[in-house]
Design a protein around this ligand. Sequence first.
Ligand SMILES: N[C@@H](CCC(=O)N[C@@H](CS)C(=O)NCC(=O)O)C(=O)O
Length: 307
Amino acid sequence: MTDLILHHYPMSPFSQKVRSMLGYARAPWQSVRHRESPPRPVLKVLAGGYRKIPVAQTGADVFCDSRVIAEEIAARAQRPELVLDHLDAEAQAWAARVDHDLFFACVFAAGNRTLRRKARESMSLPGLLRFAWDRINLGRTATTPIVGLREARPIVLAHAAQVEAQLAQDFLFGATPNHADFSTFHGLWMIHFLAESRLLHGFPRLVTWLERMQAFGDGQPTPLAAEEALAVARRAAPRAIAAEHRAEARIGRAVSIAPDDYAQDATHGVLAGATPTRWILAREHRDIGTVHVHFPRRGYVLQAEKG
Ligand SMILES: N[C@@H](CCC(=O)N[C@@H](CS)C(=O)NCC(=O)O)C(=O)O
């Protein structure tokens, strides 16, 4: 089996969620590094309009969103606990809440001098300005409420107290980690490890858990040039889709799929598959031929194209 290719950038918390899963699964992977904000020309070719990070790829199959990527890692490494839909209702609701409602609070609470220094070191000045402008626009067009700077710290402290109370065992829902641990990890990783903030120091069980999660590492990445990822897609054909996943009424129709919360840029194509948890879109691009782009159903809007 070929390695999973992960398209990401180092300071991205959702990318860290996936890197930590790869570490936990001890999976080899190929690492394509992208800019902190668009334009990301190679991702545009592979995923169409979808502009969030991370994106993963095997051959001519492209996986958008950490939940779908987690399913791919779980299948390769036989780690079913990484699949969100395999968790019980309480753990699923927890993971959805931290990924969706607490992400921006963590990002804003992480903002300190150390984080700004690291951002300056990883981006050029024009890159930094482009990044700031991009994120302002992203906040303006979001359909979910984005917390303000002042609200972020109290929200994160209340969340930390909840995590502390939940940690009766080594991991949030038992003696071994599951998807919910990785969802909870990435936002707090930004505060504790990336910004090196003391904000969480008053929560000893939480800090020990953060160190336990960090000890999984990031797996075994091998750098890959972005152009090479396109060549991989060009040389491959998308995976076959099982007949039972080609039964949806809109299969074969032109549709668009977009996130429903922020950075709602749509990917256009033809609906090629529909599983209980994903949409699979077929796209053509002159540089790579046909690719299948996979999205979760939850949190994404599918619309028939007009005309
Ligand atoms: N639901 C997505 C969220 C991904 C997400 O919000 N990623 C952030 C980076 S951590 C992002 O794309 N920000 C805008 C950007 O980098 O262009 C997932 O689970 O992968």
